[in-house]
Design a protein around this ligand. Structure first.
Ligand SMILES: [Zn+2]
Length: 450
């Protein structure tokens, strides 16, 4: 996840406590809890009723008491390989865990997602909450978890072993408590979040469940940020093709590699805005047959990203022009002795989008984080599973699962379990706040119009 800080507050917990306090006193105006998050007094009052409920509080204690088992499960899950497009073994284990913990009708869909529906009393919204099964690591990677200096080391232990496990803890907490939620909760262990997976799992979810009213992704560790913005990306393989020939006897013929070089040189000169952040890079190149051949084939892979959908469209247009100009220059250079053609193949498409900081989903997340003992330091813009609902205009955020971590996407990835029970505690309060609890609190997630 690439992160951008958009704001901060030095003492958010204190701010939030004062929000709750003033809300209980009947304040009517929204109160700022950080540079950007304000909590409506009506939201604070409803959330206060939830946190005052004895069963809700007992569950928070049960989550803390069960944290060693949560971490043991995190280790078991992490040690099951799940490279992109090869998530099946982990998915089957995850399905068993969902079923065992209270969702016997859970299943695996055609895309490979593990899905379990928890039914409320039927009077509330449908909330989807997800963590991703896939990792960036190839099948042969050593996934054995090692404990050193109070930390757990293993590829994927945090991203997203932590989110997956927090989801299971939520299911178990719900099914072992006497609480009835008002809304329904769709629990999802999804495929295809990383790299060329291209968010295929969550794309399938929003194709199959058009009535989802809100979405939460739990991705990685920590308890100090909420992702409310989606970095969009477009990725292409750009393929150059020509006649090819002998380097000496056919000299004077157009070259696929020379054309590609010109195209890359043109791309490298492009300038993009720093705000909204917009980026590009040619990440890989390939091509040619031998040192003494004029190349018949060449290709590069290109990554383009922006926090703004319009900027991404503009960048792609300019890149296409830069490539066409490079090809034309190569063909002209050799007086059209042979012809280079170029083909753009789309290999990645993640839409950009955002969730308003005024949306109740953000407000409830901020309150839940403070109540669990976290400190909201930043709203973030990143590329996560929330890109899909954000682009559809459905309220969505990505949160983290508590504890601390580092080295994501590297073999040295680690998870630090200090205070990590706060992650599932925050998720518990967030979910209940959004779907509402019978006899206690109204759902704070609004149903979308049909
Ligand atoms: Zn992740």
């Amino acid at each position: 996840m690439g992160l951008i800080r958009r704001g901060g507050c030095q003492a958010v917990t204190a701010c939030l406590l004062s929000v709750l306090w003033s809300a209980q006193l009947g304040a009517q105006t929204p109160v700022p809890v950080s540079a950007e998050v304000r909590v409506d007094s009506s939201v604070a009052v409803e959330f206060g009723q939830l946190t005052a409920n004895a069963q809700v509080r007992a569950a928070l204690e049960a989550i803390a008491a069960g944290e060693p088992e949560t971490i043991a499960e995190q280790i078991r899950l992490t040690e099951i390989p799940a490279p992109p497009f090869l998530e099946q073994q982990r998915a089957e284990y995850y399905l068993q865990q969902m079923q065992r913990r209270g969702l016997p009708e859970a299943y695996i869909d055609a895309e490979g997602n593990v899905i379990g529906l928890y039914r409320g009393s039927g009077e509330g919204p449908l909330l989807a909450i997800a963590a991703h099964l896939d990792t960036v690591f190839p099948l042969e990677t050593d996934l054995a978890v090692e404990q050193r200096d109070g930390r757990y080391y293993a590829p994927g232990i945090s991203d997203d072993g932590r989110g997956l496990t927090v989801l299971l803890t939520l299911i178990e907490t719900l099914s072992s408590s006497a609480i009835t939620t008002r809304g329904d909760i769709l629990f999802i262990g999804n495929v295809g979040e990383e790299g060329l997976g291209d968010l295929r799992g969550i794309k399938a979810i929003f194709r199959d469940f058009p009535k989802i009213d809100g979405f939460v992704s739990i991705d990685g560790s920590g308890l100090n940020g909420i992702t409310t913005g989606a970095t969009g990306s477009r990725r292409f393989e750009v393929v150059f093709t020509g006649p090819g020939g002998h380097s000496f006897s056919a000299f004077g013929l157009v070259s696929a590699i020379h054309a590609m070089g010109r195209a890359i040189a043109n791309i490298s000169e492009l300038e993009t805005p720093s705000e909204p952040k917009t980026t590009f890079t040619v990440g890989t190149v390939s091509g040619g047959t031998s040192v003494n051949s004029i190349a018949a084939h060449a290709a590069f892979e290109l990554d383009m990203r922006s926090n703004d959908a319009g900027e991404l469209v503009r960048l792609e247009q300019r890149v296409r022009e830069a490539v066409q100009a490079g090809v034309a220059a190569e063909n002209t250079r050799w007086d059209n002795n042979g012809e280079i053609t170029v083909d753009f193949r789309l290999i990645g498409d993640r839409p950009s989008g955002s969730t308003s900081v005024d949306n109740p989903i953000v407000q409830v997340a901020a309150l839940a984080m403070a109540e669990a003992g976290g400190e909201l330091q930043a709203l973030r813009i990143s590329s996560t599973d929330s890109n899909i609902p954000m682009a559809l205009g459905i309220p969505a955020i990505t949160i983290t699962g508590g504890g601390d971590s580092g080295g994501e996407h590297s073999p040295e990835e680690w998870f630090d379990p200090r205070d990590s029970e706060r992650g599932p505690q925050m998720a518990w309060l967030l979910v209940l706040g959004l779907v509402g609890v019978e006899g206690t609190s109204a759902p704070l997630l609004q149903r979308r119009a049909p």
